[in-house]
Write a protein that binds this ligand. Structure first.
Ligand SMILES: N[C@@H](CCC(=O)N[C@@H](CS)C(=O)NCC(=O)O)C(=O)O
Length: 228
């Protein structure tokens, strides 16, 4: 049985979607990042990066959401083009594009818009600019084809869904009008029964909702440690 270390945040939710889509049996293990549980030594032994998600599958441990998506796709043989297929190489590019671009820029955009103690116009503009540039690239691709890799729904679409659902938080509600093709994909995936079950997972455990000093200390460690 796969142990799935999760919270309701975007990166764990893509993995929850994949687990539900494949039907692989798993045991959800909540990690309440607002309480600092990601820094506990027993969790650091699973993910030294102190973030969710992570999975433990027998003697295999995988962290980083897109690595987990790929692992689960290979394990199940589902939602991934066959090895040797041209689309398999495309899958790698787009998976890394989401992991290294869409996710980090969206995350920083949310941070500087909603959480930074001072309003830093330069940082807000930089991260919003980069986030919307990445979403525009996804939108342009989805204008030409149904899914990120063509006609088939794959883990790339799941990776996109995890973050693109948060376009209103990362950029503002008005941005949906600029990305109609991306919105079409997000809405389609959100309507899938597996997405509903993934979302339900968040209600199975009472995660802390307050963003108080304890949460800031756990998630924004740079606020208390000066390195520059
Ligand atoms: N590259 C990692 C990033 C994971 C990540 O940033 N997770 C967030 C939730 S979306 C987290 O654990 N935040 C808690 C913290 O930063 O302390 C992945 O894709 O899994």
């Amino acid at each position: 049985m796969i142990k799935f270390y999760y919270s309701g945040a975007p990166n764990p939710m893509k993995v929850a979607l994949m687990l539900e889509e494949t039907g692989l049996p798993y045991e959800p293990v909540p990690v309440d990042t607002r309480k600092g549980e990601q820094h506990k030594p027993e969790y650091l032994a699973i993910n030294p990066n102190a973030k969710v998600p992570a999975i433990v599958d027998g003697d295999v441990t995988v962290f980083d959401s897109n690595a987990i998506l790929l692992y689960l796709a290979e394990k199940s043989g589902k939602f991934v083009p066959p090895k040797g297929d041209k689309a398999r190489a495309e899958l790698l590019s787009w998976l890394m594009f989401v992991a290294s671009g869409v996710g980090p820029y969206s995350g920083q955009s949310v941070h500087f818009r909603n959480y930074a103690p001072e309003k830093n116009e330069y940082a807000i503009n930089r991260y919003m600019y980069e986030a919307q540039r990445h979403y525009a690239i996804l939108d342009a691709r989805l204008a030409k084809q149904k899914y990120m890799l063509g006609d088939s729904y794959t883990i790339v679409d799941m990776a996109v869904w995890g973050w693109a659902r948060l376009v209103p938080n990362a950029l503002g509600e008005e941005y949906w009008a600029k990305f109609p093709n991306l919105k079409r994909l997000v809405d389609e995936i959100s309507a899938r029964p597996a997405a509903a079950r993934a979302n339900e997972l968040r209600t199975k455990h009472k995660f802390k909702t307050e963003f108080d000093d304890e949460a800031k200390k756990a998630m924004f460690r740079h606020m208390t440690v000066k390195v520059a």
